[in-house]
Design a protein around this ligand. Sequence first.
Ligand SMILES: C[S@@+](CC[C@H](N)C(=O)[O-])C[C@H]1O[C@@H](n2cnc3c(N)ncnc32)[C@H](O)[C@@H]1O
Length: 377
Amino acid sequence: MSDLQNLFVTCAPGVEPFLDAEMEGMRLRKRERQVGGVSFEGGWAEIWRANLGLRTAIRVLSRVSRFIARDSDELYRHVMSVDWSQYLGPEATIAVRAHSRDSALDHTLFVEQRVKDAICDQERAKTGERPSVDKSSPTLRIHAHIFRDRVTLSIDTSGDSLHRRGYREIQGRAPLSESLAAALIMSTGWDQRQPFLDPFCGSGTFLVEAAWMAMDRAPGLGRSFAFEKWPGHDERGLEIFRQKLNDRVKPLGKRVIWGGDVDRQTVEAARHNIERAGLSESVQVEACDARSFSPRHGWNAQVIANPPYGERVGEERKLGEVYEGFGAALMEHAEGFKVSLLSGNPSLTRRLQLPNPTKWMDIMNGNLACRLLSWEL
Ligand SMILES: C[S@@+](CC[C@H](N)C(=O)[O-])C[C@H]1O[C@@H](n2cnc3c(N)ncnc32)[C@H](O)[C@@H]1O
């Protein structure tokens, strides 16, 4: 792989400004914000920094080639002109994912097949062996993005999506992606010293993300990445870099990070995840109904939560009472607090009976259009 590469970090729609701000903080160069991510330029050092350090990112892609292709022979020829051996070790497995818009090559399954054939043919000619296909966890994932016949071929340096930090072994009922949770926390402007409270904590995602931010603990420290399996990977260099990130981690000290959930089993799951994140001494979770939320007066805390939206019939009626009770608890006990709630069901949100929010932000939570509503009570 050459020294300077065109890189693209992907993120969930709506998260681009937070990703860009994180990248600016890391001094990643020549950034350009686009729909679905931010492009930048860099070499191996930047690929490591982005993969291990970005909280709101999903993947770091490296562009290997860009060309025009209007038919499958042209596509095959261009894919063949890339030297794939630099990414394929002896045990390599591959997977290709294609997207196409407004292009002659519009059959994405066919595009995936042709790209795969070209790579496998090249490898067989060089080594006598074809890499095998592994769609779930290949050592090399290739993205072919076609727009108006212009093909961009990229390789995924991350492997598993970056939201998988490794701590969330037990999922709650409707867990939030770790990367989205990090972006939502950033959007609140939490100063990392105020008490941080999530009264609907589920599997504990907001709590762990907030704690790691305050500790300056890099999100990718406990996981591996696709690039580690590529030939020529500098194992020792990466180890030293991980150690540097580890040395930066600060203790949480006296900060309060607290979560509650009405379901005892969920609280146990959150405790398990929090322990895996190395936080069992510093983050508290309890079984607690949000209707009885009564934080300490004058705490000046940041509250953030993703209350249930009630997707099944009958559930919504019961939840209406939970929202009413929680809204009343906030009005009684949270004066002076900052409160941000992820709303996926406007009629339930109205049941909170809170004043008009001071700000809001539209965001996609998976396939569900949501709004993060914020109040200064
Ligand atoms: C959408 S989930 C939260 C997911 C969480 N943000 C995560 O990432 O795992 C909503 C949570 O609210 C909890 N819940 C439902 N009713 C509650 C109540 N009255 N008080 C507190 N928690 C409640 C559910 O048990 C569930 O874990």
